[in-house]
Design a protein around this ligand. Sequence first.
Ligand code: AMP
Length: 542
Amino acid sequence: MLGQMQDHPLLISTLIDFAARHHHEAQIVSRRVEGDLHRYTYADAAKRSRRVANALDRLGVAFGDRVATLAWNGYRHLELYFGITGSGRVVHTINPRLLPEQIAWIANHAEDQVVCFDMTFLPIVKGIWSHCKTVKHWVALCDADKLPADTGIANLVSYEALLAAEAETYDWPQFDERSAAALCYTSGTTGNPKGALYSHRSTMLHAFAGALPDSLGVSARDSILPVVPMFHVNAWGIPYGAAMTGAKLVFPGAALDGKSVYELMESEQVTMAAGVPTVWLGLLNHMAQHGLKFSTMKRTVIGGSACPPAMIKTFHDDFGVTVVHAWGMTEMSPLGTVNTLKQHQLALPVEQQLDIMAKQGRAVFGVEMKIVDPDGNELPWDGQHSGDLLVKGPWIISSYFKGEGGDPLVDGWFPTGDVAAIDADGFLQITDRSKDVIKSGGEWISSIDVENIAMAHPAVAMAACIAVPHPKWDERPLLVVMKKPGAQATAADILAHFEGRIAKWQIPDDVAFVDAIPLGATGKMQKNKLREQFKGHALPGA
Ligand code: AMP
């Protein structure tokens, strides 16, 4: 017997319609590449999203075709999110920090029909447009009079000219909720990147889950600053969750330095922010240097790489802000786990709470997870055993775009490539990326544990722990350190800081100082590059 409830497909168009109807006055504020602050409402965003849909009809873009963006976080990007998906096309967010040839490769692989780009990326587009075989239209996200005449790019139009010709009414089509909605390529440190293709259903369920109080906890009382880019895993789903709840959105555009971010947080009364750990370093430095405090900020979601406990403590002790540590992947839309304390943990002393908050958090409803040994046997949730982490759920990948790489699943589970432990309360702790694991004399050393300790040293701005070949132990840890500007510390000073904080055999054998640690296109440390650079490093006593 079937239930007797109405059967409406879960479609992204319903989000922007809901926001326009129930939160028409809620604001969307964007720092534009033009330099000024743009301000409008969900009602305005909905109208312009419909103009986008009309424009795509006029350009002859078919249902399911890919429309790419190369853009910062801003209101035009938001309109594209809704206009493209709502009308049944697929929004393909491309990471502009990739090399131009990678961008062209991705656009060709995705068979993009249209590419919409911020003017910052005009030089990239000039270099690649003739190599992008399927792209029929290039849309510059600017006013008609800001479009230079002599770009040489064929079929180039300004976004504002395109929209001006369209009506702001549009009947969103109804279709199967399992239809593709958005495409995002993984960063792919080895081999070509692979596409994760999200559906309307997966995006909507992810938005519901993301808005839950023990998840990102998004509400109509929030003013949210997503520093996490809309070109990487849908800015962790925040644009969709914000429309679902009517939260105010504050977009930083290209100005991601500490001063610009701080000023925006204060002027727009931001209550919640989200981003990778590296972006907060600049903000915290700026605030410490100028003795600044927040007036409205309550929490910041940090994920994408392990958030150093020292950063969690600084936010808590110095600025009264709760860090919500989260873990996920492009292949997971991305939310997997989020760190919010359980009731029985509220009575614990603050230091113990901070220790728990340094873990990657508990599974969001909808995500199942397990850890297994090398033979695939499930390991206990005791916080001690660590093994390969596998996940499954309705917003987790089943196969890559165009079937690249074959079937990624193992008995229906997606192997994350992360190594983790899970404690009895269900808190996940990532110890490593499996390819970053350091194996010394048959024992694992967690590079994240070592880095977290290093980051608590006052002279250390950033630290990466990598394996270096060793004649006796196979591998030993080397700590690569970028010092804070003007800070003084020797290798011996930094190694002394490890005494008593970690088992002796887990302490790195040496410290190498560098001017900068290479970061990938999504802000993660590129340890493969460091391993290459330091593979011949002579460890003391080796
Ligand atoms: P991406 O798909 O590029 O977002 O990368 C996903 C990977 O980033 C995960 O598999 C983890 O290795 C890493 N990652 C994401 N969040 C965290 C976190 N909070 N702590 C440690 N690693 C993380």
